[in-house]
Design a protein around this ligand. Structure first.
Ligand code: NAD
Length: 318
């Protein structure tokens, strides 16, 4: 449907820029609301937006500012993809207040403005970290969200609950999407695959936290965006939660070995203590997303790492 209009908060960031490209390719009108903050080098976000060649309407502003959000929202969007957030577990332990202001109050501001503007569909970027220490692997959407391990995870749980209440009270169709460690071209510089690749090419040590046995369900960004796109057409209950993961796990030491292969370099591993707040393992059960969204991740970790390393060598902004 070429007439559909989507506002992507956080659209200048890693996942947002990929999502914006996909929606634009399909003929949607796309708006981006982003404050281009310096959580990582803002030149990367400027480059992400420049690569959209002026096709998206850009609103520069902070979701903590209700006036800014209201202004961006009042352009007749039928769908909102809410990605803007402070991401990352470890920095949320250092500055929990910033995470709560941005991810909880900011999400409230975006939901409230969307409701007032008559937005019909709202997609919320949640996270595998909501599952905490208690959930059994593979994680199912029905698991109780207890023993939460970080302020970041707590803000994502709060965001989901706000979404649920808005769907219930205001008839807005809302989908929370729990992303599992997303990687690919443009990946955030603070995440393991990006940090390790840089270290490998620069001959610097890789910090391995713990024994290397922690496991992650790494998910290629194009697969995530396929799930997001499908969620924009979802016609089920007013509120729904889906895992978007790759459904395969890799240990930290296996990841380092795979990156050695992908880069052709040998790693210098520096052993560091386990980090408080980190999940011991993440692993998505994706049957629900497969059945109800037609979600079908098909990028293997080896293919995805090869694509990431190619991008790192040929196309990164900084
Ligand atoms: P990112 O940091 O690259 O993107 C987030 C964007 O939001 C950035 O461009 C940033 O400038 C913007 N933003 C942050 N605070 C803002 C504010 N107050 N006002 C306006 N814009 C603001 O991160 P990403 O990896 O693309 O993540 C996107 C979303 O997905 C986030 O909500 C994140 O929590 C969630 N998520 C990501 C992963 C992952 O592995 N990358 C996993 C689970 C969940």
């Amino acid at each position: 449907m070429s007439s559909r209009k989507i506002l992507i908060t956080g659209g200048a960031g890693f996942i947002g820029a990929h999502a914006a490209s996909r929606f634009l390719r399909e003929g949607w009108q796309v708006g981006i609301l982003d404050d281009f903050n310096d959580f990582y080098d803002p030149a990367i976000k400027e480059d992400n937006v420049a690569k959209l060649h002026g096709a998206a309407e850009i609103f520069r502003g902070d979701i903590r500012d209700t006036g800014v959000v209201k202004q961006a929202m009042n352009a007749g969007w039928d769908t909102v993809l809410h990605l803007a957030a402070r991401a990352g577990v470890r920095p949320s332990i250092v500055d929990p207040g910033l995470y709560i202001e941005t991810n909880v109050m900011g999400t409230f501001n975006v939901l409230e403005a969307a409701r007032r503007a008559g937005v019909r569909r709202f997609l919320f970027a949640s996270s595998s970290s909501v599952y905490g220490a208690e959930a059994q692997t593979p994680f199912r959407e029905s698991a109780a969200l207890v023993r939460t391990l970080s302020p970041y995870a707590a803000t994502k749980i709060a965001g989901e609950q706000l979404c649920s209440s808005y769907a219930h009270l205001h008839g807005m169709r809302v989908v929370s999407l729990r992303f599992f460690t997303v990687y690919g071209p443009g990946q955030r510089t603070d995440l393991a695959i990006h940090k390790f690749t840089r270290a490998l090419f620069e001959g610097l040590p890789i910090d391995q936290y713990g024994e290397g046995q922690t496991r992650r369900d790494y998910t290629y960004v194009d697969d995530i965006v396929q799930g997001v796109r499908a969620a924009a057409d979802y016609e089920g209950p007013a509120y729904e939660v889906f895992n978007l993961g790759g459904s395969h796990t890799v240990s930290l030491s296996e990841l380092i070995k795979k990156l050695e292969v992908a880069t052709g370099r040998e790693a210098i591993v520096r052993l560091c203590p386990e980090q408080p707040g980190d999940m011991p393992a993440t692993w998505a059960e994706i049957t629900k997303a497969r059945e109800l969204l037609g979600y079908a991740p098909d990028t293997t970790i080896d293919e995805g790492l090869a694509k990431f390393v190619h991008w790192y060598q040929t196309d990164r902004a900084v």
